[in-house]
Design a protein around this ligand. Structure first.
Ligand SMILES: Cc1cc2nc3c(=O)[nH]c(=O)nc-3n(C[C@H](O)[C@H](O)[C@H](O)COP(=O)(O)O)c2cc1C
Length: 139
């Protein structure tokens, strides 16, 4: 059986990223992630990214390495990496985080020197809620 993992990273978006830049990331990722069976969610706050990736070990690790080199963001910080039996995020979506409370939570996670597992899980639950109940920009 293929082992699966979930990773969560936060990073700082390059200044002046346009809507077109975000659309380009989304378009590319939608095709690529489907092909390599990676699901999850990318959140963009205007200043920071947070991405959750779930899928086969090798695919997630390879994708993370590629994304780390991307110049459209910097300071990638892996805040969670877990073996999982079941996925929580079954599609792949971009969530534009324009609600201040969520954007603040993502930024706090980026800036926290040692985020607790509880803080990470709490944020993931809120994003799951967004995924299930709110209007998302679907690819
Ligand atoms: C914050 C962020 C998240 C990204 N997430 C993904 C992703 O989930 N899947 C993907 O294929 N590309 C993603 N990308 C784009 C990749 O970094 C990269 O452009 C893609 O792997 C294509 O690589 P190539 O230019 O070597 O073809 C992301 C980029 C950024 C800045």
């Amino acid at each position: 059986m293929t082992h699966q993992q979930r990773v969560v990273f936060v990073s700082r978006a390059r200044q002046g990223l346009s809507f077109t830049d975000i659309q380009a990331i989304l378009g590319n990722a939608t095709v690529h992630n489907r092909r390599c069976d990676v699901t999850g969610m990318l959140s963009f706050t205007g200043s920071h990214f947070m991405e959750i990736m779930e899928g086969p070990d090798e695919a997630v690790t390879a994708l993370l390495l590629a994304v780390d080199k991307d110049e459209r963001h910097s300071g990638l910080r892996l805040v969670d990496q877990h073996a999982i039996e079941h996925r929580s995020f079954t599609g792949w979506q971009l969530l534009g985080v324009d609600r201040l409370d969520l954007a603040d939570a993502v930024q706090a996670l980026y800036e926290s020197p040692a985020p607790t597992q509880a803080a990470i899980e709490a944020l993931l639950h809120r994003l799951l809620y967004e995924q299930e109940f709110c209007g998302l920009l679907r690819a």
